[in-house]
Unconditional design. Structure first.
Length: 248
């Protein structure tokens, strides 16, 4: 069942999104060679606490961290660790913020120092694909219009679109209906209505879109060792077009 939010509920989520966006701005200033994703995770937990918020995914089905930290060939759900980031790495930091019971979800991929041209193109294309998907998130369109816009742009630029993980509805629960694939034909899926709140979160790979899961049961990697990047916003469908609740 798709839960439609009131304008007041969307404002509550927007407040959570503003905390999340501010946290990402601080992370951007901290990402550099020698820093560990463990240190970033500790920073996020303290930042959220200082702003009256909590990390929603910590404890979710036993997940032990405030963030997901996915480096290079890790697609998503990577565990923060104490291995220093290296010049040329790319890292995705994904988090869900709970502020007064309402949630916002956003992931950003960061370049660590000087990255390869391939990595830079992957980052730029993934980010642009997100915004092309968001442009389709208008009343009367269908979920598939978002999916199709992302897939066609990604593949035209030589990248594959991950199938195993999708966007989703969000509100007082982290994962609500509808699910939002980042691939597929236009004109399919649920019709978008005012008050729906979704995450759009394309994950693009330099090689195959297939994923494999590590023994920890969480960490998803590219099957061929290729690079992966992700950008994600939480958006509300409004009569005036998509409202990004987690804008930087």
């Amino acid at each position: 069942m798709i839960v439609v939010k009131t304008k007041a509920e969307i404002e509550y989520m927007h407040a959570a999104g503003k905390v999340l966006a501010a946290c990402h701005r601080e992370i951007r200033n901290r990402i550099r060679p020698g820093v560990t994703t463990w240190e970033i995770d500790q920073f996020v937990e303290q930042f959220l606490k200082q702003h009256g918020a909590t990390p929603e995914q910590k404890g979710y089905h036993g997940y032990p961290y405030a963030t997901c930290a996915s480096v290079n060939d890790v697609i998503c759900h990577g565990f923060p660790n104490k291995e220093p980031l290296k010049d040329g790495d790319i890292v995705t930091i994904d988090m869900v913020v709970n502020l007064n019971g309402w949630l916002a979800d956003s992931a950003w991929s960061y370049a660590v120092g000087n990255v390869s041209e391939t990595a830079k193109k992957l980052l730029d294309t993934t980010k642009e694909a997100l915004y092309l998907g968001i442009k389709q998130a208008v009343v009367g369109n269908r979920i598939g219009d978002i999916s199709h816009a992302i897939q066609t742009f990604a593949e035209a630029n030589g990248f594959s679109v991950v199938r195993d993980f999708t966007g989703h509805g969000i509100g007082e629960e982290m994962h609500e209906d509808p699910y939002v694939p980042h691939y597929g034909p236009a004109g399919k899926g649920p019709r978008l209505k005012e008050g729906m709140v979704l995450t759009i979160e394309p994950m693009l790979n330099t090689g195959s879109y297939h994923a494999t899961i590590d023994d920890d049961g969480w960490t998803a990697r590219t099957i061929d060792g290729g690079l992966s990047a992700q950008y994600e916003h939480t958006i509300a469908i409004t009569g005036d077009g998509p409202l990004i609740l987690t804008e930087q």
